[in-house]
Design a protein around this ligand. Sequence first.
Ligand SMILES: [Zn+2]
Length: 415
Amino acid sequence: MSGDVKKKVLESIRAEEVIELAGKLIKIPSENPPGDTGEIASFIKDYLGEVGVESELHEPVKGKISLVARIGGGGDKELVLNGHMDVVPAGDRSRWSFDPFSGEVRDGYILGRGSSDMKGGLAGAIYAFRKLVEFEKELAGTLTLACVADEETGGENGAGYLVSKGIAVGSAVLIAEPTGMEFVDVGQKGTFWVRITVHGKPVHGSLAPFAGENAILKAADLMKELLSVTELRPKLSEEMRRVVEESKPMVDKLVKMKGMGKILDRPTINIGIIKGGTKINMVPERCEIDVDTRVPVGMKSEQLAEYVQKIVSKYGGEITYLERSEPNFTSPDSEIAKLVAENAAQILGFRPKPLIEWASSDARFYRAKNVPTVHYGPGELDLIHGYNERVKAEDVVKAAKVYAGTAVDYLRPGA
Ligand SMILES: [Zn+2]
């Protein structure tokens, strides 16, 4: 039965319609900051309204509007198709060789800001959802479309809000974020950002270094010691270890530096900002350091916190927490991960591999609730957030097929 439905759904997908939708989404600016998604959300609401689907709009803070629509119902399963509508700013227009909001198709690519991250994938998800309206009666469960705001600035007022309020959590989540076609994201590193303040004893500069206590010099010693955080190692399950090892070559390829795959099984640390001292002829009383560390899968941010605290205490400093999220992981053997890989294999002719990524996304909100969550979507990964962003048009169409096929399989009666 489900095979039959799937065939009909896939045959009904029109490449030119998917591509046209992606172009229209790109043409609507939704740069974040400021992150206003009102116009794009109302476009999607109308697009779904054309086939009789009602959408809810949620606006936890002004302008950050997320859209939720549902079809099907009955049964316990709920698949959430998620995509963010906001994009990073286009930046310096003179660095683009085309209009960042053109949305036009040239040489097989759809062009513009957000084409890869992630209006291409978003178009595929919206299109697949709208197609499935005709087949709604065949779905044993609920298919939810969540087009969210705020992802590029942390997601608390987008997916984070929908999850914390229980509006759209689901029993499985497929996020149309770009992974290229060869990978299914099943895990991500966490974030642990702190500001460290160290104190000195100010005296006149003409007496240093024989008198006073220099906060900058203290901070310099502290920073050197802090770098040892990279020696910590996570506790990896067999399954995690396998995915980490298989993901390492992908990191090398993406950042175009050999051996960088090691960032997946240890913390990284960047001293990003340092502020200290008031005057050239005064011994500095205070120095502040902003530190960005990333937590690998298999470790908790608490471990990093304890480690950093120990070092900071030695120097009599204080820590202010700036940002904190846990690493997260969904088993590649979970139903949703397997179905995405199988459907991709049917459409593409090869099976995408599970991947752990090193940046974080909205997936963390769902995974924190133990909802199996994967990313799969079209995108030219090296152009994300850069100039001349584009996406392969045929990949957007293939992604739409993978989303539709996965939804039919996940919500098939008796599954
Ligand atoms: Zn994204």
